[in-house]
Design a binder for this molecule. Structure first.
Ligand SMILES: O=c1[nH]c(=O)c2[nH]c(=O)[nH]c2[nH]1
Length: 306
């Protein structure tokens, strides 16, 4: 049997690294600035030999494209448009066969957490993220109310560390006294049954206040672990709201890894981070007063908490 090779030509093609999650903290003063992008870099040009012959002499690795994003972020991002133009000019001017490409970025907007009436220096909340929720259960004469929120995304760019944990032969994590702490807060709090029956709870006002206290609790103190920060958030809420009996949290530890820029001749004093999406730590904890009203079956069917 004979086979003939069809004449095949290469059509449109491009390649690169997708969704490079880069977080840049500018910390030249105590008032930090945050820039948070998801960058995709794709090169176009003469890549015939790579496809037809396995000759990679024109293939600027996608890994290099990723590193370039991190290296360029060291100087600041400015605007996504300027940042992408810098990348475009770099790749087309550095590699003669790269005639163009496509560079795309999503920018995540953060605003400062308002703590005690003032914008915080290094604690931020993602704009317009959280979803409020409520569950009412009625069982005979008993009415239970559980309120909550999902996806309240917060980040502190300093005043967080993680030390003193047990080490074994599988431990590679280095102790740190200065890291980024970031999470998407899911919280549910249950109101006291008598307070519900009194009809005196202004649920809208309570919601706004609990959210503000959660943000303050996240911002205020040095964090020795997300576990401890959850306690500080819970304490604020339970101290200020006698009508709330208990609060539960489920919070991913959204890891931000410092990028090693030394291979590119750059330092990185806590400024450029890789925001990993998985795996993530998952920290869950429930806090309640010593004496609380009967919860009945009100927590049944509320998924995602321990
Ligand atoms: O705040 C943290 N809590 C942990 O339990 C933990 N585990 C880990 O590896 N890093 C962290 N950080």
């Amino acid at each position: 049997m004979t086979t003939t090779n069809s004449k095949i030509i290469l059509g449109k093609n491009q390649y690169g690294k997708a969704e490079v999650r880069v977080v840049k903290i500018t910390r030249s003063t105590d008032r930090h600035e945050i820039e948070d992008l998801n960058v995709t870099s794709q090169l176009r040009g003469d890549f015939d030999a790579a496809h037809f012959e396995g000759d990679n002499s024109h293939v600027v690795p996608t890994d290099t494209q990723k590193n370039t994003v991190y290296g360029f972020a060291r100087d600041g991002i400015g605007s996504p448009e300027e940042f992408l133009i810098r990348l475009a000019n770099h790749f087309t001017s550095s590699f003669s066969w790269v005639s163009g490409g496509r560079w795309e970025a999503e920018q995540y907007a953060w605003e400062r957490i308002i703590s005690h009436g003032a914008p915080h220096d290094h604690s931020f909340v993602r704009k317009g993220q959280e979803v409020r929720n409520a569950v009412v259960t009625k069982d005979g004469d008993n009415v239970y109310v559980i309120s909550g929120l999902n996806d309240l995304t917060v980040l502190k760019s300093t005043q967080s560390g993680f030390v003193g944990y047990p080490k074994d032969r599988f431990t590679t994590l280095a102790e740190t006294t200065d890291r980024i702490l970031a999470t998407d807060v899911s919280a549910r709090w249950r109101y006291n049954n008598e307070a519900i029956a009194s009809g005196a709870i202004d649920f809208n006002k309570a919601y706004d206040d609990v959210k503000a206290l959660l943000l303050e609790g996240f911002s205020e103190e040095y964090s020795y672990a997300l576990q401890q920060t959850l306690f500080q958030m819970a304490q604020k809420v339970l101290d200020a709201h006698p009508e709330i009996d208990e609060i539960r949290f489920s919070t991913p530890n959204n890891h931000h890894f410092l990028v090693d820029l030394t291979p590119f001749g750059l330092d990185n004093p806590g400024e450029v981070f890789f925001a990993a999406d998985r795996p993530y730590g998952l920290i869950e904890a429930n806090f309640q007063r010593e004496t609380i009203s009967d919860a009945g079956n009100s927590w049944d069917g509320i998924a995602g908490f321990c």
